[in-house]
Design a binder for this molecule. Structure first.
Ligand SMILES: Cc1cc2nc3c(=O)[nH]c(=O)nc-3n(C[C@H](O)[C@H](O)[C@H](O)COP(=O)(O)OP(=O)(O)OC[C@H]3O[C@@H](n4cnc5c(N)ncnc54)[C@H](O)[C@@H]3O)c2cc1C
Length: 384
């Protein structure tokens, strides 16, 4: 039985505990799905999650508008990741892909949200480019005004759900000012003429991912999300909500690694006794449990702070993402070690966790970038 005691922490309300318990039972009954065809698996997961109501927290509800509940987003990602990394991915992208619309969209743009929450449309967040991943304010993609249209030209890469998405939130340079202040956000339906998948990208933990080409893609001015020049601010506001949830996914992977390790060391007998009786093994287990609790405290502190009305949680979210993803990598590495040869055997759960965790330390701001963000915040605090 996985440790659920963290749900008694004061960060949570009874509704969070109830959601976690129901979702856990749903996951046990429905996951994992067959991953052999990741596109089909993702479509199936989005449809299943939408059908059974689990995508509701990914967007605001236009009928009953309330801020996005970051604690629910984190609990959901943690729980899904513990059962199936691809299910977590399918859930997370419905939120990240529509975050700009939830936070800044017009009523017409928000009509998409009912479809994505129901699992009837798939969304994607298209920010990164070949020359600008970490250095995102340096993007090249242009959106040129032409009467009542904008014409988008350029490339986006590493776009999760690229190739299967129905809508893309795309960031492009509109040129109001140099750098970060000259970028705007656009809602671009996947079937818009001139938008094509230039390349499908394969990674160590497979999920739908693509490089996209935009050649003379014409969208109406009404496709702009927010105001001209606000795109960078919009992207950062979306990441401010969703960055802690990356830490929550890492936490789910780490908890699964510890659960698998606890079973393994109890069952596996070496030198006449269960592996669990060796003190060096106990040392590994203690380190793993400690890292998990520390990560959970940081993740749920960030989520609670945002839910409590903080305008920005840049420092808290950066700490949560950095610590939870880096420490999950260490927890999972220890799990692989404790499993011996089985730990690196293709198809074993800890082998897949070892592949799943790696990209989380790179996307939505690499670990090194999170350190820069934290340092800037603490330096700003002393100069106040
Ligand atoms: C699996 C996966 C899914 C992704 N999904 C999406 C998506 O859906 N949408 C999207 O827009 N993008 C997505 N990305 C892109 C992701 O956000 C970028 O890969 C990330 O921002 C890093 O950019 P880069 O790959 O260009 O690496 P670079 O920017 O070249 O950075 C390389 C490395 O340099 C170091 N570094 C960079 N900046 C600094 C700094 N300031 N200080 C110190 N060290 C630094 C870091 O170690 C970093 O990992 C995804 C990436 C992956 C791998």
């Amino acid at each position: 039985m996985p440790d659920r005691s963290f749900l008694d922490w004061p960060f949570f309300e009874p509704r969070h505990r109830e959601w976690a318990e129901k979702l856990d039972a749903w996951c046990a009954a429905n996951l994992p799905v067959d991953h052999h065809d990741v596109d089909a698996a993702c479509r199936e997961l989005v449809a299943m999650l939408g059908r059974d109501g689990w995508l509701k927290p990914t967007t605001i509800d236009t009928a009953n508008p309330a801020p996005l509940d970051v604690r629910v987003l984190c609990i959901t990602r943690e729980t899904l990741a513990r059962h199936d990394g691809l299910a977590d991915f399918a859930f997370a992208m419905q939120g990240l892909g529509t975050g700009a619309i939830s936070l800044f969209g017009t009523d017409t743009q928000k009509e998409w949200l009912a479809k994505t929450r129901a699992g009837k449309a798939i969304s994607a967040f298209a920010l990164s480019e070949p020359r600008s991943g970490s250095d995102v304010a340096n993007m090249d993609m242009a959106a040129t005004k032409d009467g009542d249209l904008y014409v988008l030209d350029g490339e986006k890469t590493w776009i999760s759900n690229g190739g299967i998405a129905d809508l893309y939130v795309v960031f492009a340079r509109t040129g109001e000012a140099p750098g970060a202040k000259g970028i705007s956000a656009f809602l671009v339906p996947a079937d818009t003429k001139g938008l094509t998948v230039a390349e499908r990208l394969e990674v160590i933990a497979p999920h739908p991912l693509a490089r996209l080409s935009f050649e003379c893609v014409r969208v109406p001015s009404s496709a702009m999300i927010g105001k001209p020049g606000e795109g960078f601010k919009i992207a950062m506001s979306v990441l401010d909500v969703f960055r802690s949830t990356v830490g929550a996914a890492a936490l789910g992977f780490a908890r699964r690694a510890l659960d698998e390790s606890l079973k393994r060391v109890a069952e596996r007998k070496l030198f006449g006794a269960p592996l669990a009786e060796l003190q060096m093994v106990q040392g590994h287990l203690a380190d793993m449990a400690l890292d998990i609790d520390a990560a959970a405290l940081l993740v749920y502190r960030a989520a609670w702070t945002k839910d409590s009305g903080a305008a920005r949680v840049t420092r808290e979210a950066a700490m949560a993402k950095l610590f939870a993803t880096d420490s999950a990598q260490e927890v999972i590495d220890k799990a692989v070690q404790l499993h011996g040869g089985d730990g690196v055997r293709k198809g074993h759960i800890v082998e897949s966790l070892y592949r799943e965790i790696r990209a989380l330390r790179i996307y939505e701001g690499a670990s090194d970038v999170q350190k820069v963000v934290i340092a800037r915040q603490v330096l700003a605090d002393v100069s106040k």
